[in-house]
Design a protein around this ligand. Structure first.
Ligand SMILES: O=C(O)CCC(=O)C(=O)O
Ligand SMILES: [Fe+2]
Length: 272
């Protein structure tokens, strides 16, 4: 695993709100990620969450991508992959934070002839607000403009607020909320399978339609800086969890949001 981020990559990320890490996984690792994601997704059936909440319906959104969340919850292999502290250190270095927790992982599998992913921001959906929130997106297939690669609006994380839109059928709805972004040019990020990108939780991004007869598989994870606090939104939390939190409470339940990396701990294995 190509898990060290350079000063140059950190600088690019801070400026643009995204960065690509080429050849993040080697061929063997890619095979493992594909196999575990395949098993974990098959095991879920239509359930998006392990506990059976959020069941996929046959609608427009289901044809943007099949979305299966927190595969680390119910597949041992996915747990090992997602709780890897090397991923946490990459995210912490890019985001410039002390510690990183998993907010939620998700497989996003755009089906053949799948709908585009409308422009949106990630962090405003989540149960904490942080300008340092960050997402990882790992290509499990080669991704191109033909099959639904990601597009970013460089620098938009700097002026984003927590206003957002849903991933609906109007790909450009986000520009109603942020008319000042309407004249920016998007950057398409084509990648080989095994490469990955990281993006800031407030950078505008979307993905094109899948104009091929093949699946476009991605494994992703949204990360929460350690110390983030509850903002009142449910997102993936259970009703019981929401009922037990007050706005402003620190989200530090390791069963829900495991701390996968913290600078204060000893990470000799990966820094030596
Ligand atoms: O894979 C996609 O189509 C969208 C991915 C995305 O929005 C994300 O990873 O935050
Ligand atoms: Fe997103």
């Amino acid at each position: 695993m190509n898990h060290k981020v350079s000063e140059e990559q950190i600088g690019f990320y801070r400026e643009n709100g995204f960065v690509v890490i080429d050849e993040f996984l080697d061929a063997d690792e890619l095979e493992t990620w594909r196999r575990y994601v395949g098993e974990a997704v098959a095991n879920r059936g239509k359930r998006k969450l392990a506990d059976g909440r959020m069941v996929e319906e046959d609608n427009y959104y289901a044809r943007v991508f099949a979305q299966r969340i927190n595969l680390w919850n119910d597949h041992e292999g996915m747990r090992r992959l997602m709780l890897d502290d090397r991923l946490g250190k990459m995210a912490a270095d890019l985001a410039g934070v002390e510690g990183i927790r998993i907010w939620h992982d998700q497989a996003l599998i755009k089906p053949p002839w799948g709908n585009p992913t409308a422009w949106h921001l990630d962090n405003p959906y989540w149960s904490f607000y942080s300008r340092a929130a960050i997402s990882l997106w790992v290509a499990l297939d080669d991704v191109t403009r033909d099959n639904g690669c990601l597009y970013f609006l460089p620098g938009s994380h700097k002026t984003a607020t927590y206003d957002n839109v849903g991933i609906g059928s109007n790909i450009g709805d986000l520009f109603n909320a942020y008319p000042q972004w309407g004249a920016l040019e998007a950057v398409a990020v084509e990648m080989k399978a095994g490469s990955c990108s990281f993006h800031n939780g407030l950078v505008a991004h979307g993905a094109g339609a899948n104009m091929t007869p093949y699946h476009r598989r991605a494994m992703t994870c949204g990360y929460m800086p350690d110390g983030s606090t509850f903002n009142g939104q449910q997102n993936i939390l259970s009703p019981e969890q929401v009922a037990n939190y007050e706005i402003g409470d620190v989200l530090e339940d390791d069963g829900q949001s495991p701390l996968i990396y913290h600078r204060s701990k000893d990470y000799v294995r990966f820094t030596g």
